[in-house]
Design a binder for this molecule. Structure first.
Ligand SMILES: [Zn+2]
Length: 235
C-alpha cells in the first residue's frame, strides 16, 4: 500500500468518524418531537400549579382578613347595645355598615377565588390524566435514541482505533502534513480525483500531474493544495 493510499484510507476513516460524531450530537426528530410535547405539557402543568398556589395564598390572606372583619363587626354590634344617645347610635351604625360592606366584598372575592381555582384545577387534572401515556411515549423514544447512540458510539470507537492504526503506519512528517491540511481545509486533507478534476475544489488536474498520480506519487491540488488521490487498479 502506497503512502497516498494510506492517507486516503485515513481520510475515509476520519470522514466516517466525523459523520458518526455529528449524528451523536443531534437529537433524532423521532425523539425531538415527543420531547417538545413532553416539555410543553410539563411547563403547562407547572404554570397551572403556580397559579393554583398563588390563588391558595391569596385565599388564606382573604380568609384571615374576613375573620378579622367579622370580629370587628361583632364588636360594633355589641357597642350598639350600649349606646347612650342618638349620636353614638348613628356612629355605631355607620361603622357596622362600612364593615358589613367590607365583609361582603371579601366574601365575593373568596367566591371568585374558588371559581378560578376550580377552573385551573380541572385543566390541571386533564393534563395529569394524559400524562402517563405521554410519559410512556417519551420514555420509549428516549430509550430508542439512547440505544441508537450506543451503536454509533461503538462504530465511532472502531473507527478511532482504525485511524490510530493507519496513522501509526504513516511517517511522522507526512502525518503532520496531513493534519495541517486537515485542520485548514474543513477536515478534508485528501481529495479524490474524478475525471481529471479535484473533487474538493473542481480544479482541473494537468496531464503531467495526472501522470504523477497514475504512478502513485504524492501530489497536491494546484487549486486547494489538498493531497490528491486517484483510484488506481490494484497492482
Ligand atoms: Zn483541489
Amino acid at each position: 500500500m502506497s503512502e497516498v493510499d494510506k492517507l486516503w484510507e485515513l481520510q475515509t476513516v476520519l470522514t466516517a468518524l466525523n459523520e458518526r460524531e455529528k449524528q451523536m450530537s443531534v437529537k433524532p426528530e423521532s425523539f425531538a418531537a415527543v420531547d417538545r410535547e413532553f416539555q410543553a405539557a410539563n411547563e403547562e402543568m407547572t404554570r397551572l400549579q403556580t397559579q393554583i398556589d398563588a390563588l391558595a395564598k391569596e385565599r388564606r390572606r382573604v380568609d384571615g382578613e374576613l375573620s378579622d372583619q367579622q370580629e370587628t363587626l361583632k364588636k360594633y354590634q355589641g357597642q350598639l347595645m350600649q349606646v347612650k344617645n342618638q349620636q353614638q347610635y348613628a356612629a355605631a351604625w355607620k361603622e357596622i355598615d362600612a364593615t358589613r360592606k367590607h365583609v361582603k366584598d371579601l366574601e365575593e372575592s373568596v367566591l371568585k377565588n374558588m371559581t378560578e381555582t376550580d377552573g385551573l384545577q380541572q385543566q390541571l387534572d386533564a393534563h395529569k390524566g394524559g400524562h402517563d401515556a405521554l410519559q410512556a411515549r417519551y420514555d420509549e423514544a428516549h430509550s430508542e435514541w439512547q440505544h441508537s447512540l450506543s451503536d454509533l458510539r461503538a462504530e465511532a470507537e472502531k473507527l478511532r482505533a482504525r485511524a490510530e492504526q493507519i496513522e501509526a503506519a504513516i511517517p511522522e512528517r507526512l502525518r503532520n502534513e496531513f493534519h495541517k491540511i486537515y485542520r485548514q481545509r474543513q477536515q478534508v486533507a485528501v481529495a479524490r480525483v474524478n475525471t481529471d478534476t479535484c473533487s474538493a475544489c473542481r480544479t482541473r488536474v494537468r496531464p503531467a500531474v495526472a501522470q504523477q498520480l497514475k504512478r502513485g506519487e504524492l501530489v497536491h491540488c494546484e487549486g486547494c493544495h489538498r493531497i490528491l488521490y486517484l483510484e488506481r487498479p490494484a497492482s
